[in-house]
Design a protein around this ligand. Structure first.
Ligand SMILES: Cc1cc2nc3c(=O)[nH]c(=O)nc-3n(C[C@H](O)[C@H](O)[C@H](O)COP(=O)(O)O)c2cc1C
Ligand SMILES: [Fe+2]
Ligand SMILES: [Fe+2]
Length: 405
C-alpha cells in the first residue's frame, strides 16, 4: 500500500513521524514532533539502515513490506543503538528471522544487553566494506557522536552518507523527506536545539568525525531525524563544525530567575546596556517560563551569556541552578559571561555565579551587580555598564581556533 519516498533510484525512506510523544528522552519538549528515519536499499541483497521507536513499529513493518514486495530482508545495519532507533529490532527479527544484523563490537554487545539478540549478527571493523551487489557500504566509526557505538555508513555507489543522529533535527517530515522539496527554514532552530541538547557535550568527538568524513565526498546525508540533506549539505556541515567548536554568533542571551520581579528588572536593564553596546541579537529568557532546551539552544547559538538570580534559601534560585548544571554537563566552551543577582538579608546568588564561571573558565565581565532589595540608581547604572562591558567583549573579533581534536 505504501508509496515510500525515493531518495535515489533504489534507496527508499521507510521512517515514521512521531506527533504523539510529548518529550524526547522524557525531557525535551516536542512541539513540532520528531521523525525516526530509516532507509531501505534494494539491491541484489536488501539492507535496512536502522529501525524506529517501537511505538511506531507496526507502521514501520508495513512500509518495509510494501517495498520488499515479498522479497526477504537480508541485512539490518545498525548505526546507533539508542532505543529511538533500535527499538523495533526484535519486532523486525520476528518478520525476517534470517536477517543478519550488522554492527561494530560495541553494537553487538548492546544488542545482547538491551534485547537479548545474540545470533545472526555480523561484526564489522572500521573502514570495512559490505557489498549488496552494486552498492558497497563502507562503515566509519564515529564514537561518542553521541554514544560509544555510533557509526556512519557510506554508500559508495550513490554517495549517500547514513549519518545516524548527526545532522539530525527535531520536527516531523510533512509530506516529503528531501530538503529539495520543502521550505527548510523551520528546521534550523530545531536542528540547533537537537544539537545543543543531545549532542552538545561531544564537540571534540564531532570534530573528529567531521575530519574523518570530509574526504568521503557525499552528495546526500540521510540522518535519523529530520530532513534528508542534499541541497543544504554545506550549510548543515558548516553548522555542525561551528557548533562543535562552540563558536557562537555575535549575540547575547540574558537568562534570569525571578519571583517578584526585582531580578527581572535588572535583566531588562542589562539588556538595555547590551543594546547601547551595539548588540543586535539580545535574547532574554525567564528561566521559569522557557523550557531549558530552548535556552540551551540559544546558549549554543550566541557567544554572550549573562545570568541573573535572586538568593533563595542561601542558594541560587533552584531553576537557575538547574540550568547551570545543564550547561556544566555540556562543557560549553568559549562563552563571554556576565552575572548579577539580588537578595534581601544575606546574598549568596552572586557568589555562586562567580564560582560557576570559574569552573567554566570563561572570559567574564569585570563588573558584576548585586542588589539588596529594590533596584536603586547606582546599581541601575551598574547593570547598564555590565551590559555595555559584555557587548564590548562579544564584539571583539575572535581568532578561529583550528580543530580542537
Ligand atoms: C523562598 C524565598 C527564599 C529566600 N531566601 C533568601 C535568602 O536566603 N537570603 C536572602 O538574602 N534573601 C532571600 N530571599 C529574598 C530574595 O532573594 C530577594 O527578595 C530578591 O530580591 C527577590 O528577587 P526576585 O523578585 O527577582 O525574585 C528569599 C525569598 C524567597 C521568596
Ligand atoms: Fe541518539
Ligand atoms: Fe536519535
Amino acid at each position: 500500500m505504501f508509496q515510500n519516498q525515493q531518495i535515489t533510484e533504489d534507496i527508499f525512506y521507510v521512517g515514521v513521524n512521531d506527533r504523539q510523544k510529548h518529550k524526547f528522552e522524557n525531557m525535551i519538549p516536542l512541539p513540532v514532533g520528531v521523525s525516526y528515519n530509516a532507509y531501505l536499499i534494494m539491491d541484489q541483497k536488501t539492507a535496512l539502515i536502522d529501525t524506529v521507536d517501537i511505538s511506531m513499529g507496526d507502521i514501520f513493518i508495513d512500509k518495509i513490506q510494501s517495498q520488499l514486495q515479498g522479497r526477504t530482508l537480508d541485512y539490518l545495519i545498525i548505526n546507533h543503538m539508542e532505543p529511538d532507533h533500535s527499538g523495533s529490532i526484535r519486532l523486525i527479527r520476528k518478520y525476517y528471522p534470517d536477517l543478519v544484523i550488522v554492527g561494530n563490537s560495541k553494537t553487538i554487545s548492546m544488542l545482547d544487553g538491551f534485547y537479548g539478540v545474540e545470533n545472526n549478527t555480523k561484526e564489522i571493523k572500521d573502514g570495512e566494506i559490505l557489498s549488496l551487489g552494486t552498492h558497497k557500504l563502507q562503515f566509519h566509526f564515529t564514537p561518542m557522536v553521541h554514544w560509544p557505538e555510533t557509526m556512519m555508513t557510506f554508500d559508495q555507489k550513490s554517495k549517500v552518507l547514513f549519518s545516524g543522529d548527526a545532522f539530525g533535527s527535531f520536527g516531523t517530515l510533512d509530506g516529503t523527506v528531501m530538503d529539495t522539496n520543502m521550505n527548510i527554514d523551520r528546521y534550523w532552530d530545531e536542528m540547533i536545539r537537537y544539537y545543543a541538547n543531545i549532542v552538545g557535550k561531544y564537540g571534540a568527538a564531532v570534530q573528529k568525525a567531521l575530519q574523518k568524513l570530509t574526504p568521503l565526498d557525499f552528495d546526500i546525508i540521510c540522518s535519523t531525524h529530520g530532513p534528508v540533506w542534499k541541497e543544504y549539505i554545506s550549510e548543515v556541515v558548516d553548522m555542525y563544525d561551528q557548533l562543535s567548536r562552540y563558536e557562537g554568533n555575535e549575540g547575547v542571551v540574558v537568562v534570569y530567575g525571578s519571583m517578584y520581579g526585582f531580578t527581572e528588572l535588572m535583566a531588562e536593564t542589562v539588556a538595555q546596556g547590551l543594546s547601547q553596546g551595539g548588540i543586535k541579537d539580545i535574547i532574554i529568557h525567564n528561566v521559569s517560563k522557557t523550557d531549558s532546551s530552548y535556552i540551551l539552544r540559544d546558549i549554543f547559538k550566541y557567544r554572550g551569556l549573562v545570568v541573573g538570580s535572586p538568593t533563595y534559601s542561601n542558594e541560587l534560585y533552584p531553576e537557575v541552578e538547574s540550568l547551570l548544571r545543564k550547561i556544566e554537563i555540556r562543557g560549553v566552551k568559549n562563552r563571554i559571561f556576565g552575572y548579577f543577582g539580588s537578595f534581601t538579608w544575606a546574598g549568596a546568588a552572586v557568589k555562586r555565579l562567580s564560582t560557576f564561571v570559574e569552573t567554566m573558565k570563561w572570559e567574564t565581565a569585570e563588573i558584576s551587580v548585586e542588589e539588596k532589595q529594590g533596584l536603586k540608581e547606582i546599581n541601575y547604572q551598574a547593570c547598564l555598564e555590565l551590559g555595555r562591558q559584555v557587548a564590548k567583549m562579544v564584539k571583539k573579533p575572535i581568532e578561529r581556533k583550528e580543530h580542537c581534536g
